[in-house]
Design a protein around this ligand. Structure first.
Ligand code: 1GP
Length: 251
């Protein structure tokens, strides 16, 4: 029980860094997944996050079944909607969109999902989800009907993260939105890191090894990349190596 949360905390405490690939089932056919899995032999990947703000044609279940059958890398559901729950995954990020004031995404959907989650064998990862302006409207801001925190106001992000931690959330996710023009700034990551203890997950618009490296050094514990890998799968290896090279392990 609590294997993945414990692994997040251990990595954070020991200054190891984790790399997660976001897989949107709408964009991931078997050929794509097969190629990704081959590349993970060259560039280590710690988790697959699976989900999407709006699933039109892809199947969350099919994607997870494929991954569970073909790789030992843990699969974490990153739900865009409360019905994105599937028992065969290893864990689910139970996200509360704490940067927004949409009551359903703060708590209502959790009530609806609770009985299904309780019956499942999924590990639950309670996570404060903070949406920060990434310079372009993103699916998550549109679909959630929430306004991102301005990127040049890190103090609002810091206070939001602190409040989330005080409420007992076990992880804080700094999200610029998939396809963001500007990823979360290094300054924001540094300031959040200086003010909370729980693991920090960062995603949205990360497309280069350099950016991933700087984020990890600034204090991100888990770096999530989706779009850049969808566009060019080979970038996976460079990003994985950059994240590893930012580790400063302590015994
Ligand atoms: C995960 O939404 C991000 O936090 C993924 O963003 O698709 O831009 O990498 P990208």
């Amino acid at each position: 029980m609590n294997n993945i949360q414990q692994a997040f905390v251990d990595a954070k405490n020991r200054k190891y860094k984790k790399f997660a690939i976001l897989i949107d089932p709408d964009k991931a056919d078997e050929a794509y997944l097969e190629k990704l899995l081959k590349l993970t032999m060259a560039g280590p990947v710690d988790y697959f996050f699976v989900g999407g703000s709006l699933l039109v044609k892809g199947s969350l279940e099919r994607t997870i079944d494929y991954l569970k059958k073909n790789t030992p890398i843990p699969v974490v559901i990153f739900p865009g909607q409360h019905h994105q729950i599937y028992d065969k995954a290893d864990a689910i990020l139970l996200l509360s969109l704490i940067s927004g004031r949409n009551p359903n995404l703060l708590f209502g959907d959790h009530v609806v999902a609770a009985p299904t989650l309780k019956q499942s064998r999924l590990e639950i990862l309670p996570t404060g989800y903070i949406l920060i302006d990434g310079g372009v409207p993103t699916s998550v801001s549109y679909m959630s009907g929430t306004t991102p925190i301005p990127a040049n106001k890190p103090e609002i992000t810091v206070c939001t993260a602190m409040a989330g931690e005080m409420l007992g959330l076990k992880n804080i996710y700094l999200e610029a939105g998939s396809g963001a023009l500007h990823p979360i700034s290094i300054e924001t990551i540094q300031q959040v890191r200086a003010n909370i203890d729980v693991p920090i997950i960062v995603g949205g618009g990360i497309s280069s090894p350099e950016t991933a490296y700087k984020m990890a050094v600034a204090g991100a514990d888990i770096i999530v990349v989706g779009n850049a890998i969808e566009k060019e799968q080979n970038v996976l290896v460079g990003i994985a190596e950059a994240i590893q090279s930012a580790e400063q392990p302590t015994p």
